[in-house]
Write a protein that binds this ligand. Structure first.
Ligand code: ADP
Ligand code: MG
Length: 243
């Protein structure tokens, strides 16, 4: 029962500075996500979901409040140290895939390893294994524009896995995909979660959110609902708590 929390967020506030003055976007957000959890972040456009994900992914800092990622108090840590924790812990998947158009799938997936100083042969070997895992073993030398949108998102997921993260953050990963393709991508996330990877993804579609074990709903920068729909999930901070 004593599951570790990968994410512990408390009293998180975020405001953006605008011409009209400070604009609050996250207001006292508290959330704990246990290792192995699978959370769908929901809520209307403008409710603060992407801002929250960017903070979880250490791409942005809160105005105030605490964020402990995998035991590290990243909100108060120095930038280089945060980058180290982030690269060891997190894989990102974006709505727009963000692939390099002129590079092969092999090079796209291996790209994060360039920054970790891994040699080319090793990068390609690891990228090939991951492309096979996501069902693209026959396309490793293709370029992104030679495959479908769903396949491109698989490439982005393979790339997110290349540093063997314990946590995957995905902001509207099916936002550009048709419903059949979305289901395939969600099946892949489900498989990764079964393998032990913690997953937090943003969606505004109920059918997509139902694939997760837990649904957290934002409204105007606050969490207004936190529901566990999978009874196998027994982690601390994952108890039923709807308001
Ligand atoms: P969501 O992902 O739920 O649509 P966002 O986190 O993108 O919400 O945005 C929340 C609010 O913050 C919106 O009102 C948006 O216009 C505003 N916002 C987002 N980014 C910035 C920024 N860099 N500067 C000022 N306002 C921003
Ligand atoms: Mg968004």
């Amino acid at each position: 029962m004593s599951q570790k929390n990968v994410i512990e967020v408390s009293h998180l506030y975020k405001e953006y500075q605008t011409a009209a003055g400070p604009f609050p976007v996250l207001k006292d957000v508290n959330l704990r996500i246990a290792e192995g959890d699978y959370v769908a972040i929901m809520g209307p456009s403008g409710s603060g979901k992407s801002t929250f994900m960017n903070i979880l992914g250490c791409l942005d800092k809160p105005t105030s409040g605490n964020y402990v990622l995998d035991g590290h108090a990243v909100a108060t840590m120095e930038a280089n140290a945060v980058a180290g924790v982030r690269n060891q812990t997190i894989g990102f998947v974006f709505q727009g895939f963000n692939l390099l158009a002129r590079s092969s799938l092999l090079d796209n997936v291996g790209l994060p390893l360039v920054y970790s100083g891994v040699e080319k042969a090793e990068r390609q070997a690891r990228a090939k294994v991951l492309l096979e895992k996501v069902g693209l073993g026959k396309h490793i030398h293709s370029r992104p524009n030679q495959i479908s949108g769903g396949q491109q998102q698989r490439v982005a997921i393979a790339r997110a896995l290349v540093n063997t993260p314990s946590l995957i953050l995905a902001d509207e990963p099916t936002g550009n995909l048709d419903s059949v393709t979305s289901e395939e991508i969600m099946a892949l996330f489900g498989q990764l979660n079964k393998e032990g990877i913690t997953i937090v993804l943003v969606t505004h579609e109920n059918d997509i959110a139902e694939h997760a074990k837990r649904q957290v709903r934002f409204l105007d920068g606050e969490i207004v609902q936190d529901t566990v729909t999978d009874s196998r999930q027994v982690g601390e901070g994952a108890s039923e708590q709807s308001e």
